[in-house]
Design a protein around this ligand. Sequence first.
Ligand code: ATP
Ligand code: MG
Length: 393
Amino acid sequence: MDITIRAIDLGFGNTKYVSAAREGQSECAHFRSLAFFSASEKSHDGLGGRRRTVCVPVDKLFYEVGPDVELAADRFRSRTLHDDYIHTSEYRALTAGALAYMKQETIDLLVVGLPVAQYLDKRAALEKLMTGRFAIGRGRHVTVLKTLVVAQPQGALFHFAADASRLRDLKSQRSLIIDVGTRTFDWLVTQGIRVVPRMSHSVNRGVFDVVRLIAGEISREIGEDYQNLEAIDEALSGRRSLRLYQKDHDLKRYEPLVQKIADEAVSSMLQQIDHLDDFDSIVLVGGGAALFRKAVKRRLPRHVIQDVDEPMYANVRGYQLIGEEWARANPQALADARQRHAQHLGKRPSTQVAAPAATVAPGEPATNVPSDLSSAPASSAATGANSACAPGQ
Ligand SMILES: Nc1ncnc2c1ncn2[C@@H]1O[C@H](COP(=O)(O)OP(=O)(O)OP(=O)(O)O)[C@@H](O)[C@H]1O
Ligand SMILES: [Mg+2]
């Protein structure tokens, strides 16, 4: 029986998820990390037809989430930008929304991530929160049998390394992975594929800080409180002007603000990293990569900064690969999880699970799975002595 592995990169700005996966290739999609609550279950307007959203029940309320969530924005917009994000109803609603869009009833293994600075403290709690039964609306449910939690840029590293020749190179190299998100700027220093914890961290400096500052400037210029942060964000990421009172408002004039925020983030990172000359690969990912690129290059002028296609999906694509590697190394843990679930449902279990096809080159030891990804016993070379370790170890 095939196993189903999926990944979600739930950020403060966007919820990215794997909608389909096959032999190391994944299809991804995303929606804004906005959830609008209501007392009853509804997901379409009286006028304007059906929205591409789902309405999921969480904590005695219903939360509308999905690609068209902006159309539901008929009330106060609050973003849950705080360190306890994972315990909020919104976080659960966004997770349930991503699970609903995956169109799977049962997920054997779900891979999710945390900002580097929160990884050690919150990993166990998140693993628990993400495992189990999620209501996805209209009486339907999705069950997650097992969850792995990784530090967010680890996903990008795996995605970057997925190319077989790069994986071989990376094993002997020192790399720096920088992930520019909406709220957090994360970086991971790795020696080979092992994380160097004392040099890896994250700070709360991201695209949202830029957006907020620009909103303040615009408010001053137009003489009224301008709070359409989403409009600024979209204009910035689409590199186009902001429409304001029927006129184009060029955002290029705020470039010094962008550079200032980006500089602060990069400075925080450089304070914690030594032997800069030693890095072979510096990889820039996250939806804000393009916005912060100049600042990174300015402070690291002698290095080549490497980009990836669709940098916003780099983490989630890597999570999926990590999940596939882990499944190959731990088939029994997944079989046991499925057996427990079947017993719970009162069905006869299938104890054999087929491991997914290898994504590493034949003959290549699957050493790139962090050894402490799960409490399940290590069972193969993939979790052997050469395994990468997670931050803080
Ligand atoms: N195609 C795009 N769609 C949406 N956002 C984009 C796009 N391209 C760039 N961005 C920018 O990327 C930012 C979101 O990036 P990303 O999804 O990596 O952040 P996040 O993971 O949600 O945040 P964090 O890592 O801080 O939790 C947005 O603020 C937006 O400005
Ligand atoms: Mg992110």
